[in-house]
Design a binder for this molecule. Structure first.
Ligand code: MG
Length: 161
């Protein structure tokens, strides 16, 4: 049995870096405006996994209006979602993530992001894809006012021998 999931997140950007993405502080002159640490890559990925399992969304488990989640490291959110996935008897087959951001260019940091994400997810880097694109100057993202991340994940049922 396999299950597919989709997750998406968008955050406003404000001046002053660094930019937290995939658990990494990327050198930039912007950061995300958020209640947690604003790692919208981790948020999209966590939502994709929850979606594949039909388990609502991260806002349901980690409300963005509670003191407990203020400034929270989003890796804690992702690891909690991975625990839920394991409890449901699934593992990640592969994941494909797309970041849309006008600047900075993410290409120098993609390998580091892939390796770190693979480690957190407990899968090989060859099963992790991270792509980045600009919005060609169009709309709020194109004006550098926001960042969007979308994630697709394929889960595979774990069979105990
Ligand atoms: Mg978010």
């Amino acid at each position: 049995m396999m299950r597919i999931g989709y997750g998406e997140d968008i955050h406003r950007l404000e001046s002053g870096g660094p930019l937290r993405l995939f658990g990494i502080d990327i050198p930039a002159n912007v950061h995300t405006l958020a209640h947690s640490d604003g790692d919208c890559a981790y948020h999209a990925i966590a939502d994709a996994i929850l979606g594949a399992l039909s388990l609502r969304d991260i806002g349901y488990y980690f409300p963005d209006n509670e003191e407990e989640t203020a400034g929270m490291d989003s890796e804690i959110i992702l690891r909690k979602v991975l625990e839920m996935m394991e409890e449901e008897g699934y593992m990640i087959n592969n994941i494909d993530v797309l970041v849309t951001l006008e600047r900075p260019r993410l290409s120098p940091y993609i390998d580091e992001c892939i390796n770190h994400l693979a480690e957190v997810l407990g899968i090989r880097a060859s099963r992790v894809a991270i792509k980045a694109m600009t919005n060609e100057g169009l709309g709020a993202i194109g004006e550098g006012l926001a960042i969007r991340v979308v994630a697709n994940v394929l889960l595979e049922e774990v069979f105990d021998e």
